[in-house]
Design a protein around this ligand. Structure first.
Ligand SMILES: Cc1ncc(C[n+]2csc(CCOP(=O)(O)OP(=O)(O)O)c2C)c(N)n1
Length: 381
């Protein structure tokens, strides 16, 4: 087992393993992280590429479905594929993840069927997956609140004796995903404080995609976000969030420290939201095309494609086969979403509590009477 001591750094340059032009980077800084890649083989590298391409295709389909009126809203992940696939693939089956609302790539790595994610965005379900079975919590729309849920969950895991036992199939880490804007919420600071003093096995994974809707990161913090962790005594690292290998390596290191009793880590993955905040947003109102061009040149998928091709691991035939797979996924997403029925409105009262609750029962009865009042007037709604 490798050292669980975080390579502490105050170097603001994001740790990188693959440069935007597909070259592998060798530096003293990334040496401890490069060692984390030793367990990956060629198939794993091709797998990262396939994962990113498929979730991007899912993203394109979901955005189109919203435009066609099939979804009420959608939060695109375009541009954040490396941060999500790299960190998601670092998780062990027993680890628990707490996402925000655009972690579609992480959901995919947890075995959630991608089309099922859209039940929430179509408004027919609060989630669409079994969070315990996938060890992937339901999406949280309240910014930053789930960093506290994750920290509390991690403290529970610790008290259940599932940390530092030496049994790698048992020892459990927790990860919370949130954005740069979330760091301005008190909840995130509270989560860092609790995680630090309780040595909680939690990784706080911030995808700094540069914008909190229309507010840039420069209006959120006077210091690079990862340095916030230092103030709480939490080992913190800034990684290139468009470099899937850097994200995988940094998250692997942090999760191992958590599972082995070394406590929390704060990771800032520097990335870019290439699309709109949601399908209700118009980013042209607040950012420049020069900025978008800058980041398009740093597309997370392009750099891995170049690396794979340069190293002889990928060719036109493989690309064509993947395109067929992506088309099939697109078709599956469209068919699934269009086939989703309307749940009975009364189902919103189900599962509020694990057991019957008198207040909910009262609400359900009131709602049934209210609905009936319309049909009494002669028309079904
Ligand atoms: C507590 C709270 N305040 C405000 C909002 C409205 N809101 C929704 S998304 C968002 C911006 C979040 O930005 P960031 O944390 O950077 O995440 P990103 O969407 O960029 O991934 C805000 C302010 C909210 N959902 N919850």
């Amino acid at each position: 087992m490798q050292s669980t001591q975080a390579p502490e750094t105050t170097d603001d340059t994001p740790m990188q393993i693959v440069a935007p032009d597909g070259r592998r980077v060798t530096s003293e800084r990334n040496a401890p992280y490069r060692a984390r890649l030793a367990g990956l083989d060629d198939d794993d590298l091709r797998g990262f590429y396939r994962d990113m391409m498929l979730v991007r295709r899912f993203d394109t389909e979901a955005t189109a479905l919203q435009r066609q009126g099939e979804l009420a809203l959608y939060a695109p992940l375009l541009g954040q594929e490396a941060a999500q696939i790299g960190s998601g693939r670092a998780l062990s089956p027993q680890d628990m993840a707490f996402p925000s609302y655009r972690e579609h790539g992480v959901a995919y790595t947890r075995g959630v069927e991608l089309p099922h994610l859209l039940q929430l965005f179509r408004g027919v379900d609060h989630g669409g997956w079994d969070s315990e079975a996938h060890r992937f919590h339901l999406y949280t729309l309240v910014i930053g609140s789930h960093t506290l849920h994750a920290t509390g969950y991690a403290m529970g895991v610790q008290r259940d004796g599932l940390v530092g036992t030496g049994d790698t199939t048992q020892d459990t880490a927790v990860i919370a995903y949130f954005g740069d804007g979330a760091t301005s919420q008190g909840d995130v600071s509270e989560a860092l404080g609790f995680a630090a003093v309780n040595n909680a096995p939690v990784v706080l994974f911030c995808q700094n995609n540069q914008w909190a809707i229309s507010v840039p990161t420069s209006k959120q913090s006077r210091v690079p976000l990862y340095r916030r962790g230092h103030g709480f005594g939490v080992p913190s690292v800034r990684v290139d969030g468009n470099d899937v290998l850097a994200c995988y390596a940094a998250t692997t290191e942090a999760l191992e420290r958590a599972r082995t009793g070394g406590g929390p880590t704060f990771i800032e993955a520097v990335t870019y939201r290439m699309g709109a905040h949601t399908t209700s947003d118009d980013p042209t109102r607040y950012r420049t095309s020069a900025e978008e061009d800058y980041w398009r040149d740093r597309d997370p998928i392009d750099r891995l494609r170049i690396l794979l091709r340069t190293e002889g691991l990928w060719d036109d035939e493989a690309e064509a086969a993947l395109a067929v797979e992506a088309d099939a996924l697109g078709e599956r997403v469209r068919t699934y979403v269009r086939g989703l029925g309307r749940p009975a409105a009364s189902s919103m009262f189900d599962h509020v509590y694990a057991t019957e609750n008198s207040l909910v029962t009262e609400d359900r009865t009131w709602f049934a009477d209210y609905e009936a009042s319309f049909t009494d007037q002669g028309g079904a709604r």
